[in-house]
Design a protein around this ligand. Structure first.
Ligand SMILES: Cc1cc2nc3c(=O)[nH]c(=O)nc-3n(C[C@H](O)[C@H](O)[C@H](O)COP(=O)(O)OP(=O)(O)OC[C@H]3O[C@@H](n4cnc5c(N)ncnc54)[C@H](O)[C@@H]3O)c2cc1C
Length: 546
């Protein structure tokens, strides 16, 4: 497994936490190479630039289908072609490994996620994801029922929250909260049930445009909706803000009420303490997170997967598509001629590289790129040679979150912490040993965060992570032996108010079959769903070629 190691430096943790035992620690940035993305930005000069600033290609390659972008969507398109027996394709990926936001890393010899880390057990609205899981042996029919392989389902305990000085089971603040908080939890549970009784919520979204009742929720922010419902309890707000940041990269004030409610209505609902159905939702997870899935999607592609290829231009021609890509190994641009191209790129990249497409399609790309806002994320992996001390309360879980007193933790480089998952949680070894903790930070609420993600040194994010976890794990700073920070400037589109409504209009052109035929282009990327999850990316990629 690749280590994605760049800019490594040997530094010391000494002094980074008051009272911490100093211990030498190595660390650095891993993951996305923003330099390649920014070089593309500088070369293209602006959305859909027609400037011919790039040097002339020296090589021409031909293939029936070209896939641009090797995240989940691009890999799903490649799988669908493979299943159809169409082997004449190539996938061009900018990074040195496929997987996009769902790539795996390696730290201290242990696998860990660099981004996405779990997949909820998919419902019947996600048949293509279900089929993938069957192919990978993760689910099978036993005596007429679908049964998941227990080794890959998240082991219990799944979640815990450090709240008021101790660990409690689950992420909803419960231990020691007052009667008025519990009453608000029940009121919110009732509101979610009501929403679910309206039009269907599912993942992936079953029908575009969204029905009217959902569009009304899309029009306002989640915190405006909560205020209108009289739901003002700070613990409820903290929890819902956490959920929105966890799924969408930004909190209650930034995302729409549609998004805040879809989190529950599209999956497992919301159970107030004491409700019957308070079992945790079953999720699939692996030490390396969803990199387990993307590695398996990439493996059968062999040399059809071309990594280190920066797609710079995609242009429909009379016979198909011409694509220019910079080969980062040779430093030379290469020309690809294909009968068709699957554009599995984020919207902001697609709008730059696709040129001379039919006018409505080109316009929809530009409009979409102007509309969407991206959440930056920072993922910090911490390698520990020895497990953390058990401080009583709920036992160590897969997902461990620290309640931030007096605020939601959203926004700014000091906020946005979402807790950590343990890469060794699924281990069957009876004695805990070395481990990697993967800490997540969503920064979509803060307009200055992207600049900070670009300019702050890795030690800044290490120290922010240690500060987030300090109250729950005071000994953490002295135990961390190695740190790997993955930063994402444009990690995912945020479902801000109005985005789902506008996205429906853009999708009309982008997924229009006659425009697709005219241009030989099909599109697939989770951005086109208005929010980012595996099921949306995978389904879009699959449908792009069938
Ligand atoms: C930190 C983080 C945690 C997440 N956690 C989860 C989770 O636990 N579960 C979940 O379901 N979802 C999660 N997500 C959402 C995740 O984004 C989706 O699940 C999914 O991985 C998106 O896949 P995609 O193909 O749509 O996009 P991307 O992952 O963005 O893939 C796009 C690909 O295109 C490539 N590319 C870009 N520009 C070019 C170019 N010019 N030339 C060639 N290639 C290019 C990129 O390198 C990338 O590989 C998380 C996201 C982040 C950022």
């Amino acid at each position: 497994m690749p280590t994605h190691r760049r800019h490594f430096a040997a530094l010391a943790l000494a002094g980074c936490r008051p009272g911490a035992e100093p211990q030498a620690a190595q660390g650095g940035f891993v993951g996305q190479s923003w330099e390649r993305g920014h070089a593309l930005r500088d070369a293209t000069g602006g959305p859909a630039s027609k400037s011919g600033t790039a040097p002339k290609p020296t090589v021409t390659r031909r293939v029936h289908t070209l896939i641009a972008g090797g995240g989940v969507a691009g890999l799903a398109a490649a799988r669908a072609l493979r299943l159809k027996g169409q082997d004449d394709f190539a996938l061009l990926e900018l990074e040195d490994d496929a997987g996009g936001n769902a790539r795996a890393g390696l730290l201290g010899g242990l696998p860990c996620p660099l981004g996405a880390h779990y997949l909820p057990v998919p419902g019947d609205h996600a048949p293509h994801v279900q089929h993938l899981l069957e192919e990978l042996g993760l689910r099978q029919r036993v005596a007429g029922r679908w049964v998941y392989d227990e080794r890959h389902l998240c082991h219990s305990p799944q979640e815990r929250l450090y709240f008021q000085g101790q660990w409690q089971a689950g992420l909803l603040p419960v231990d020691g909260v007052g009667a008025s908080t519990l009453a608000q939890y029940r009121q919110f549970a009732q509101a979610v049930r009501q929403v679910q009784q309206g039009s269907a919520y599912a993942i992936p979204i079953p029908k575009w445009p969204l029905p009217q009742d959902q569009l009304a929720l899309d029009a306002i922010s989640m915190d405006a909706w909560l205020a209108a419902q009289g739901l003002t309890d700070p613990h409820l707000h903290w929890y819902l803000d956490y959920c929105c940041r966890d799924d969408y990269g930004a909190g209650l004030a930034t995302v729409s009420a549609w998004a805040g409610l879809h989190y529950f209505a599209g999956r497992h609902g919301f159970s107030a303490p004491g409700d019957d159905a308070s079992e945790a939702e079953p999720v699939l997870t692996w030490p390396e997170g969803n990199g387990w899935l993307t590695n398996r999607l990439a493996a059968p592609l062999g040399d059809r997967l071309k990594t280190g290829q920066v797609v710079q231009r995609i242009e429909p021609t009379r016979d198909g598509v011409e694509v220019l890509a910079l080969n980062t190994t040779t430093g030379q641009p290469e020309r690809w001629l294909a009968r068709r191209c699957v554009v599995a790129l984020p919207i902001f990249v697609a709008a730059r590289v696709v040129v001379n497409a039919p006018a409505p399609l080109q316009q929809a790309l530009l409009d979409a790129a102007r509309t969407v806002r991206y959440a930056p994320w920072v993922v910090t992996n911490l390698y520990l040679k020895h497990p953390l001390l058990d401080r009583g309360g709920a036992a160590p879980a897969w997902d461990n979150v620290v309640y931030q007193e007096g605020g939601t933790g959203g926004g700014g480089s000091a906020g946005g912490g979402l807790g950590y998952v343990s890469a060794t949680h699924q281990s069957l070894h009876p004695v805990p040993g070395a481990t990697v903790l993967t800490h997540y930070r969503a920064l979509g609420d803060d307009a200055s965060a992207r600049q900070q993600v670009l300019t702050q040194p890795w030690t800044h994010w290490r120290d922010q992570t240690l500060a987030d976890l300090q109250s729950a794990h005071p000994e953490l700073a002295s135990r961390v032996a190695e740190v790997a920070v993955a930063r994402y400037g444009h990690a995912m589109v945020m479902p801000t108010p109005g985005v789902m409504n506008k996205m429906a209009a853009y999708r009309n052109s982008v997924f229009n079959s006659s425009l697709s035929k005219m241009s030989s282009l099909t599109f697939a990327h989770s951005d086109w769903a208005g929010y980012s999850v595996f099921e949306e990316a995978f389904t879009m990629g699959h449908l792009a070629v069938v």
